[in-house]
Ligand binder design. Sequence first.
Ligand code: GLU
Length: 474
Amino acid sequence: MKVRTRFAPSPTGYLHVGGIRTALFAWLVARQAKGQFILRLEDTDKKREVAGADQHLMDSLKALGLNYDEGPDIGGPHGPYRQSERLDSYKQWAQKLIDAGRAYADPYSPEEVQAFREAAQKAKKPFLYRNHRPENPPAWDGSQPLRFKSEPKAYKWHDEVMCDLSTEPEVIDDFILIKSDGYPTYNFAHIVDDAEMEISHIIRGQEFLASVPNYLNLYEALGIKPPVMATMPHIMNEQGNKKLSKRDGAKDVLDYIREGYLPETLVSFIASLGWNDGTEQEVFTAQELIEKFSLDRVGRSGAHFDERRLLWTNGHFIRAMKLDGLYEKVADYWGPEAKDADEEYKKKVLGLVQERLKYFAELPELTKFFFVDLPVDPKLISEHKQLKKLSKDELRDLLQKSRDSLAESDFTLDDLTERLNKLLEETGQKPAVLFSLIRIAITQAPSSPGLADTLAVLGKEKSQFRISTQLAAL
Ligand code: GLU
């Protein structure tokens, strides 16, 4: 089978990071089979359209490296790739249905439909449009909705994720194909487009699952063979009690990229929302995903969006980078205090914080003290678990001894390490006490890279000056 998958978003808002998952999975299925991945914009709900959302979608896919082979901005043999530009197609297919007696103009006003609904409710029966088919429908002139005339029956079908499914005839109903504004509904348009675009696999969210029997009914009426279907479970918030939304902190892809999350991170993380390869492996490169991904390993229950895991994954990919490559990537993220520092010094600093950096935007916070003398913060000592137990005299004594010993050092890493260890012996202190104290004195920050490394990069002059400043403040 020629594999052709598509991502078919509606430009009704910015997609959050979880929303791109269906795009990633569709892309993986296509790339794995050396098939094509298509972007189609489903812009038929003009009321809900958000300006700029289409560009944002395309930029997001590109930022993640999810390149598409056909799409609105690049064209392709099955274009146009915006539904609003395909209205003629829908009309032609609609005409076929009308000619076959399988579609009718819906003559009812919203008030009349409401009355039908209420009557059904009173009778404790499900409301079905097909119970109200007009006996002599007017000829469809485009001013009324065009409704599909269904043929209720039971269905059994296979979903690559949800497995074997079946429904009874009761769930089948007449639904709108073309609205009175001339635009098709999703229910109709996607079936026409998927057929015309020769889509082999529909990979989409769970919200469409309940409508599949109706779609199957329409496929039959149109004489179209349904593509393979794969339904993605919802992505749940961290607590797992409701569907993920922006309110749960899920940002859009471009926001994450701006904050210094790597595209590799996002791809690996998004893939893990509902999929794993059955081993303990937690991060995957795009290439590994192309090799290992399979729809039958997508879980059937909701996936959890865990922002801490996203952070952890980004840290993983940052640590794996070569220093020079990382240096280039973080160029725009240094704080203003680093403005005049030279490349060599900045690279050393970056080399030290690489281990702990979780996303680029936190670079200024992690590195500030390498560039400027921060004011003494008494709380760093007074609220420190170990240090708060020592008297001022004891603290002063430890700092003096440290300063004296460091005064003799050449500030190479080896010498510093040796001296610091000797200081531990001489003072009889634990590293958690002595090293914390020196660290606070030279950084005035709640955390920093290893002490000897930090001292070596700061250099003798700055280190001694800062210890003296701390001493004076005690
Ligand atoms: N336009 C639909 C949406 O954005 C697409 C669903 C599908 O992939 O078929 O939810």
